[in-house]
Design a protein around this ligand. Structure first.
Ligand SMILES: [Zn+2]
Length: 97
């Protein structure tokens, strides 16, 4: 794993959140959300792309997307939660388990 600086990390998290909330993102919307100048977001996104963490279609607006996903905070992505009777499908994310 790479050693991303805090700016790149903020831009990555903003990309994940924008994509989750709005279904699409742009350099501008990610920059706004991360609270950094667009030029800063732009160079951070190129670093993140080199690391395989985000991708976009060259020259096409609104195609920026994260290649990492959030993990359900209740079941930690396992898809099941333990209750008194045993494991149940996680109601928060309806995981595939
Ligand atoms: Zn879950």
């Amino acid at each position: 794993m790479t050693d991303l600086d805090s700016t790149a990390t903020r831009v990555l998290l903003a990309t994940v959140a924008e994509h989750r909330d709005r279904g699409r993102c742009t350099v501008r919307s990610v920059a706004l959300r991360a609270g950094v100048p667009a030029m800063t977001a732009h160079s951070a996104l190129h670093r993140l792309r080199a690391e395989g963490l985000v991708d976009w279609q060259e020259g096409a607006r609104g195609t920026l997307r994260p290649l990492v996903a959030e993990v359900c905070r209740l079941c930690k992505g396992s898809g099941t939660r333990l209750v008194d009777d045993g494991p149940i499908r996680c109601p928060a994310c309806k995981g595939a388990a």
